[in-house]
Every structure is written in C-alpha cells, then in structure tokens.
Design a binder for this molecule. Structure first.
Ligand code: F6R
Length: 242
C-alpha cells in the first residue's frame, strides 16, 4: 500500500492523473465510482480535463459502489442522481454506461447477484475510487463485514447515518436505514484501489487502515491485502499515523 500525504487539490490531481492515464491507454476502461464528499475534488478535476483537454468518457464504463435502499427514483440523494449531477452529465458520459446497485428492486438479493454478473461481464473494475467512513467502512461495508463479502443489502451504522445527515438537511431520520453495497471481496477485485481522505475526523480510520491489524472491525484494512492500493490523505487525516 502506498500512502501519499498531500492537500486535497493535489490528491485530486494525482487521482485524476491515474484515471486519465488509464483512459488514454484504453478508452473503454472501467472506473469504480464513489459518492460522498471525498471524491468531489477528483470529479471537479476530471470535469476540467474533459472541458479543457478533451478527456473522453464516451467509451468508458462506470460502476458505483453503493446505493441507498428505498429512496424514490428522483430523490436528489439517490446515488444514481448524485453521480449524474457531480460527474457523469458534466463529462457527457452516457447514463447507459454508468451502473449502480439497484436500491429500488423488488427482489434485492436477485438485483445484487445481477450487479455482480454485470461487473464480471465488464471484465472487472480497472480503478476504484474510495472514501472511508469515520468507522472505517469502504463502500457501505460497516464494521463486522466479511472481508470476502459480495454485493448485498446492509444496515447503515448509526454513526454513518449521523455522518450523512448533512446530505439530508441535517435530519438523521431522513437518512435511509438500509443500503446496497459492493462487498469487500467485490471491491478487492478492482485492479487499482485509490482511497481519498481528508480531515481530522478521518484520522482514526486512516490509522487503522494503514497501521491496524487486518480486521472486519475496521473494514478498510482489507486494502492491506491488495497488491495495488494507493491512499491519498491530507495532513489532518494522516495525523494519527506513526
Ligand atoms: C459512498 C461510499 C462511502 C463514503 C464514506 C465517506 O459511495 O462508498 O464509503 O466514501 O462514507 O464519505 P465522505 O466522503 O462523504 O466522508
């Protein structure tokens, strides 16, 4: 695992460099997309490169990490809509090529199995962007998630619902209780993992991720087993590293 301590704007350029190199080498690469605050600067940088330097997403495929269960199709916080608004629409990326777990399926386990099959048909993810929860989750694999888990329904931890209340007008009761998330085993199959973290509130999770024992109690520690993992953290998020 490589750990790079850099301010958020530099993290964004480094992650965008890796994505751009991939797309320029192979324009039908598959990108793994995260939502939340952490990837926003990267998406901003990719939009800039699309607009100013012609970086094309036309033949790329995207697979999202996770989705809330039960949010109406037009809800602004439904991750399908978030990723369209924050990245896909702005780089003219055809919605048909950007996939996400189905949080509205009548049969969620069947939809999860379909999602795993779609990932496999696409040949897997070339580069997976990740954020990390304050409790150490990646995707929405909360503490206690099996390190070999696959896409499935999960309950969100109270800490995660509290952390994400800011996206729901500060009202924790509006944050869904369930989500569908790629599993830790699914995420681990991506060929390159790129995790972004900033702020002191992430320091304990980053410490565990980099220096803790591998444990389902800190799900991000599964990244220690990965042959190509890059962790981009600012000074505050790195403040508990030895
Ligand atoms: C979201 C996701 C989550 C977030 C994590 C950090 O798709 O997979 O793991 O990355 O909750 O969220 P932020 O970046 O908002 O602090």
């Amino acid at each position: 695992m490589e750990v790079i301590i850099a301010p958020v704007d530099q993290q964004a350029r480094l992650a965008a460099d890796a994505i751009e190199a991939l797309l320029r080498r192979d324009d039908d690469s598959t990108l793994g997309l995260a939502t939340g605050s952490s990837p926003l600067a990267v998406y901003g940088e990719l939009i800039h490169r699309h607009e100013q330097h012609g970086l094309s997403f036309a033949r790329a495929r995207g697979f999202m990490l996770d989705e809330y269960v039960g949010l109406p199709a037009d809800h602004p916080q439904r991750y399908h809509n978030v990723i369209a608004e924050e990245l896909a629409d702005r780089v003219h990326w055809d919605a048909e090529r950007v996939h996400g777990p189905d949080g509205l399926a009548a049969d969620i386990p069947a939809a999860c199995a379909d999602y795993e099959r779609a990932l496999a048909r696409a040949g897997g993810v070339d580069l997976q962007l990740l954020g990390i929860g304050t409790d150490g989750h990646i995707g929405f694999n909360e503490p206690g998630s099996s390190l070999s888990s696959r896409t499935r329904i999960k309950s969100l931890a109270p800490q995660t619902r509290a952390d994400n209340a800011r996206f729901f007008g500060g009202d924790v009761d509006k944050v869904p209780v369930h989500c569908v998330t790629q599993g830790l085993g699914t995420i681990s199959e991506a060929r390159h993992l790129v995790l972004l973290a900033s702020g002191r509130h992430k320091a304990e999770a980053v410490h565990q991720l980099v220096e803790g024992p591998i444990s389902a109690l800190w799900p991000a520690t599964v990244m220690q087993l990965h042959p190509h993992a890059t962790v981009l953290v600012d000074e505050a998020a790195a403040s508990r590293l030895q």
